[in-house]
Design a protein around this ligand. Structure first.
Ligand SMILES: [Zn+2]
Length: 90
């Protein structure tokens, strides 16, 4: 007859070893991708002015000047499509 309840304490120490596995994330290069939300591209608005007829076109830094009808003929120098055609740039 076993009238006394058997109380056994199960102390499992094996679950503690899985806690330190997050250290290995630093060495894996694939973990970099989760930071994409915090790095948004900086978009700046620029006004391109035609050198010839002074027509202004607002573009963002992600836009292509040629898609907005502006033709770049030099550093920060633009012609609009019409003037570029007249001067032979296009
Ligand atoms: Zn023009």
């Amino acid at each position: 007859m076993s009238a006394r309840p058997q109380v056994s304490y199960l102390t499992s120490t094996s679950s503690a070893s899985s806690y330190s596995s997050s250290d290995s994330d630093l060495s894996s290069t694939s973990s970099v991708r989760h930071s994409m939300d915090s790095t948004q591209p900086i978009v700046s608005v620029e006004v391109l002015r035609c050198l010839r007829c002074a027509r202004a076109e607002e573009i963002t830094s992600t836009d292509d000047p040629s898609s907005m009808g502006m033709v770049q003929i030099g550093t920060n120098i633009y012609y609009c499509n019409r003037c570029a055609k007249m001067t032979g740039y296009k």
